[in-house]
Design a protein around this ligand. Structure first.
Ligand SMILES: Cc1ncc(COP(=O)(O)O)c(C=O)c1O
Length: 391
């Protein structure tokens, strides 16, 4: 059988998966599935009841997604300046939204700029659309966060570059772009005719956002802009599969852009009707769910800071999101340290999963139950102490 070259990475088996197959994990510091990280039994009845909407029996497809649901989102999403339901596309996930946007903006072989370090799935999503990702640098300053390295963007723009992606707040660094950075990017992308895709799936979780960083990019960009959000993070319902893309373009381009997006949406018509109809009822649960998550994020951040305070490690500055980056001394490679920890029952992500520029980073999920995070980090400190004593 001959398979498409788009799937070149499928046979790869790495030392991480081999290590995990041979260890018993007792402290999973990578747990980011909200349906496992929290006891949601108190919400069960409301979540399930919303699925039995009588209108779900009538098939009434719409290219951008159910109008009623888009109208609802236009009302409840706190969009500065508001948004028309005609500028919202519904998909089953943000991953699907990326695929549609790459189809919309790129021809095979075209390039999309993505931040590094960031979400590892970009590479695979792009490859499946025959698009090449080209990384641009984010540079860390302790006490501030990650800044965009504009020179790395300028150097990377080619005639094939069609779009630039930013994650706000970023996964895993938890940092966002400042108003100043967005303004600079706005002029750069306008002069190069690039679209901007901003992934705002974590934007309900800006736990430490400085005023220089806006909560959303909406309204701050003149050229084509696509802002992504969805159920998986906003309502802790990744299994229900619904995401939204807010799109904007200069008024002269908007009709053609809308037509093209409608064509793409109409080809798949992927979001299911019961889920779209359930959204308004689920939205009522959002305040309770969001505050439960924010409580966990704050508790875990405080825990991390206190555990690592007088240690050779430090927690990187972040503004929000569901993960934290820990800098560790480079006495062991990230691979070795994660393997040592694995042998002691601790699962933690090595920084190289997210393409940090240098060794010496570990990533933890801030959704981890605090007791587990505490034990896992204590074991990390023990392992590091043992290694330091050998040097
Ligand atoms: C930055 C980012 N975007 C998107 C997603 C996935 O969202 P969805 O479930 O809507 O595909 C994730 C998942 O962790 C993510 O980290």
């Amino acid at each position: 059988m001959r398979l498409s070259k788009r799937l070149v990475w499928q046979a790869e088996n790495n030392s991480w998966t081999e290590m995990l197959a041979n260890t018993q994990i007792t402290h999973d510091l990578t747990l980011s599935n909200p349906t496992e990280a929290f006891d949601l039994s108190g919400y069960q009845e409301d979540i399930l009841a919303a699925l039995s909407h009588p209108e779900a029996l009538l098939y009434n497809p719409s290219p951008l997604g159910l109008l009623k649901t888009r109208e609802f989102l236009a009302e409840v999403l706190e969009i500065p300046g508001g948004i028309s339901p005609c500028q919202i596309l519904l998909t089953t996930s943000t991953s699907e939204a990326y695929s549609l946007l790459f189809k919309l903006l790129c021809d095979p072989g075209d390039e999309v700029l993505v931040p590094v370090p960031s979400y590892p799935l970009f590479e695979y999503l792009a490859k499946l659309e025959n698009v090449r990702i080209v990384p641009y640098r984010l540079e860390y300053t302790h006490g501030k966060g990650y800044d965009i390295d504009f020179s790395s963007i300028e150097k990377s723009i080619s005639p094939k570059t069609k779009a630039l992606v930013y994650v706000h707040p970023n996964n895993p660094t938890g940092t966002g772009a400042s108003l100043q950075e967005i303004a600079t990017l706005n002029s750069l992308t306008t002069s190069s005719s690039l679209a901007i895709i901003v992934d705002e799936v974590f934007s309900d979780y800006w736990v430490r956002r400085p005023s220089s960083i806006p909560s959303s990019w909406w309204g701050l960009v003149d050229g084509p802009l696509f802002v992504l959000g969805g159920l998986s993070k906003s309502l802790l319902l990744p299994q229900m599969k619904l995401a939204w893309t807010l799109f904007h373009a200069p008024s002269t381009d908007l009709p053609a852009l809308t037509k093209a997006i409608e064509l793409l949406g109409d080809t798949y018509l992927s979001p299911s009707l019961p889920i779209q109809l359930a959204l308004p009822s689920w939205w009522k649960l959002k305040p309770g769910l969001t505050s439960m998550v924010i409580k966990r994020l704050n508790e875990n951040l405080a825990l991390l800071h206190s555990l690592l305070e007088n240690s050779p490690c430090r927690v990187q500055t972040s503004h929000g999101g569901w993960s934290a980056v820990i800098e560790i001394p480079r006495i062991l490679s990230e691979e070795d340290i994660t393997h040592h920890l694995g042998k002691r029952g601790v699962k933690i992500y090595p920084g190289y999963f997210f393409d940090f520029e240098n060794e010496g980073h570990l990533v933890v999920s801030l959704l981890t139950p605090p007791a587990s995070l505490k034990s896992g980090i204590s074991i990390l400190l023990e392992v590091l102490e043992e290694e330091i004593s050998k040097t």
